[in-house]
Design a protein around this ligand. Structure first.
Ligand code: UD1
Ligand code: CA
Length: 409
């Protein structure tokens, strides 16, 4: 069996996060951090991902369990990153290919970086290749130690560094590629000789070098991509960086974002060309917005929102699980939930769909070209025909629908 697999380390307890939840389930811009790492692997053609879980493993498997390219590996006791990787031995000991080893707490990883590592490993005929980054403040990261010729000598963890090594700014973001057999031979030899008394994956590098194999370190990681999440502070910083990436992609695709710092858009959202997002807009979940829309300021779009082209949503408008047809306008203070709204409907200031009756959520259907006057309450379940005219201040339920006049009457 040849090919490429990945080991993803995700078993840590994460005391620094101070959480009861598995660290890798904490969300970055709407997705658990582990999801980004898995996707980066898939993008470079990894066939199988061996995800090492421990703390909160049930929760993690529940969220990702359906993917058939994942093999879950339990690490009963968290004895360090080398020990975690070694937990995959039973599955991988005979695998004759390349193994990426990554951490589940590094969602900023990019597939392009993995590609660089894979290509470098091949062109250098190396036994292992790792990507490195240069950081202004390398505090906390493993330092890359090189000899006078620039050859890789090893990685020293922050806590084990000499004063001289602490000054090294080239760090290990934990993006590795190994010849699988050489990796497992080395992992067997790692000893917990360090301040934390843990089995360090980083020590495998020195062991591989000492066995006479070639290890290459390629400075391929931008500093903003190197951050891993060990604390809530880093969770928020990482989310900021991810948010910038999401907005950058949207702007490249022709979306205007008036004030990026005061806008939040979920990574799962899709937004069409020439749509403008005004400040203080919050888009959370799988939301699809068409072309030429104008959203915000102060709009809140939630999971399941679909806006066709030329929709205008203004201040304090909240939408969830609803489809709004072309040219719908809800400019001020509305709540639209579980609704299907036809084309060219005007929803006046302060009008809402009352979709919850205390027990269940009901749906609303509004036809094309309707006029919903200001301050109306549309009580679901209800179906308004095309061209319906709901006078301002109306409270309407299905029983009253036939009494409605046509728009303009
Ligand atoms: C690790 C690296 C460090 C690097 C940094 C980059 C080691 C020894 N150090 O440090 O060189 O600069 O990542 O982000 O590898 N995990 C397990 N089981 C364990 C221990 C950890 O699965 O027994 C998992 C964690 O859940 C985490 C990953 O391994 O996803 C890394 O562990 P963490 O404790 O965050 O290592 P760092 O101190 O960040
Ligand atoms: Ca980490």
């Amino acid at each position: 069996m040849a090919g490429r697999v990945a080991i993803i380390l995700a078993a840590g307890v994460s005391s620094r996060m101070n959480t009861k939840m598995a660290k890798v389930l904490h969300e970055v811009c709407g997705r658990p951090m582990l999801a980004y790492v898995l996707d980066a692997c898939r993008e470079v053609g990894v066939d199988k991902m061996y995800v090492v879980v421990g703390f909160g493993s049930g929760q993690v498997q529940q969220q990702f369990g359906e993917a058939d390219d994942i093999v879950w590996i339990e690490q009963q006791e968290q004895k360090g990153t080398a020990h975690a990787a070694l937990c995959c031995k039973e599955y991988l000991k005979d695998f004759d290919g390349e193994t990426l080893v990554l951490c589940g707490d590094g969602p900023l990883i990019r597939a392009e970086t993995l590609k660089t590592v894979i290509e470098k490993n091949e062109s250098e005929h190396a036994a292992a290749t790792l990507a490195t980054a240069v950081l202004e403040d390398p505090t906390g990261y493993g330092r890359i130690v090189r000899d006078a010729y620039g050859n890789m000598q090893g990685i020293v963890e922050h806590n084990d560094c000499t004063a001289e090594q602490l000054a090294i700014k080239e760090i290990n973001p934990s993006y590795y590629l190994f010849d699988n057999k050489i990796l497992f031979e080395a992992l067997d030899q790692v000893k917990p000789d360090n301040v934390k008394n843990e089995y360090y994956l980083t020590d495998a590098i020195e062991i591989i070098l000492a066995a006479g194999h070639k290890v290459v370190a390629v400075t391929a990681v931008k500093s903003e991509e190197a951050m891993s999440i060990n604390s809530r502070e880093q969770l928020s910083e990482t989310s900021k960086i991810m948010q910038r990436r999401i907005q950058h992609n949207l702007m490249t695709n022709g979306v205007t974002i008036v004030d990026p710092d005061n806008t939040w858009i979920d990574v799962r959202a899709q937004i069409g060309q020439d749509t403008t997002i005004e400040p203080f807009t919050y888009i959370h979940g799988k939301v699809r917005i068409g072309n030429g829309c104008r959203i915000g300021p102060f709009a809140y779009l939630r999971d399941g929102t679909v806006l066709e082209d030329d929709v205008i949503l203004g201040v304090f408008t909240e939408v969830r699980d609803s489809v709004l047809g072309q040219g719908v306008r809800a400019r001020h203070h509305s709540y639209i939930g579980n609704a299907k709204i036809g084309k060219n409907v005007n929803i006046g200031a302060g009008s809402i769909t009352a979709n919850f009756d205390g027990e269940k959520v009901n749906s609303t259907s509004i036809g094309d070209d309707c006029y919903i006057g200001s301050g109306s309450i549309i009580i679901a379940p209800i179906e308004l025909k095309d061209g319906s005219n709901v006078k301002p201040g109306t409270v309407i339920s299905q029983g009253d629908v036939d009494k409605l006049g046509q728009k303009g009457q």
